[in-house]
Design a protein around this ligand. Structure first.
Ligand code: FES
Ligand code: FES
Length: 217
């Protein structure tokens, strides 16, 4: 049987990059050449894009000042960037994982002003003046946070892909509620999917960490 030829595919990253940096040197974009002629206007660039891509608009950059793990940063971000983009691609804090990128799995959870937040589902520009805590901000040198320690001791993970998100959800819970019930911990991680099914260890780790924290561990 003859195979139908598919139209050329454009990687999302490539496309956004091209749109955001219209002055880029000439290159192929889904079979369309972007010519070097200074900064293209949005309209001119759109005209050069394949029909499927014409809905995209050039980047609008905006400075945002936020605190991440106790350190203040001022970063120019694309107003379409998510907090996850900012953390991973601009600040190189790759402990925050992105899996679904659409607010369904919880892998990207970080703590913003004391609350667990899906970093893939909030915009970086919304973080102006906020305090963000990521998994990189938990350990004090070689001393793991009690939650991290408890995850190790309670087998709270297998592949580990969901683990940073689970830990940050429990962190937000323990910041609000130092003496949680099992139901509180279950509720805290209700928005965090673990495909390995490590839930019993995760719940046990949450309770153990709370106890360790109360005892000053
Ligand atoms: S990656 Fe953010 S919720 Fe799944
Ligand atoms: S440990 Fe593998 S997805 Fe949770």
């Amino acid at each position: 049987m003859r195979q139908q030829q598919r139209p050329p595919r454009i990687a999302r990253r490539t496309l956004l990059k091209a749109v955001g940096t219209a002055a880029a040197a000439s290159g192929l974009l889904g079979g369309v050449r972007i010519r070097r002629r200074g900064r293209l206007s949005g309209q001119a660039l759109a005209a050069e894009l394949p029909p499927a891509a014409r809905g995209y608009r050039p980047a609008v950059m905006q400075a945002v000042t936020l605190t991440v793990n106790g350190q203040q940063y001022t970063v120019e971000v694309d107003t379409r960037d998510t907090l996850a983009n900012l953390l991973r691609e601009r600040l190189h804090l790759t402990g925050t994982h992105v899996t679904c990128d659409r607010g369904e799995c919880g892998a990207c959870t970080v703590v913003v002003d004391g609350r667990a937040v899906y970093s893939c589902s909030v915009l970086a520009v919304q973080m102006q003046g906020k305090e963000v805590l990521t998994v990189e901000g938990l350990a004090k040198g070689d001393q793991l946070d009690p939650i991290q320690q408890a995850f190790i001791e309670c087998d709270g993970f297998q592949c580990g892909y969901c683990t940073a998100g689970q830990i940050m959800s429990i962190k937000a819970c323990l910041m609000r509620q130092p003496d949680p019930t099992e139901a509180d911990i279950r509720n805290a991680v209700a928005g965090n999917i673990c495909r390995c099914g490590a839930y019993p260890g995760i719940i046990a780790a949450g309770l153990q960490a709370a106890k360790a924290q109360r005892q000053g561990g």
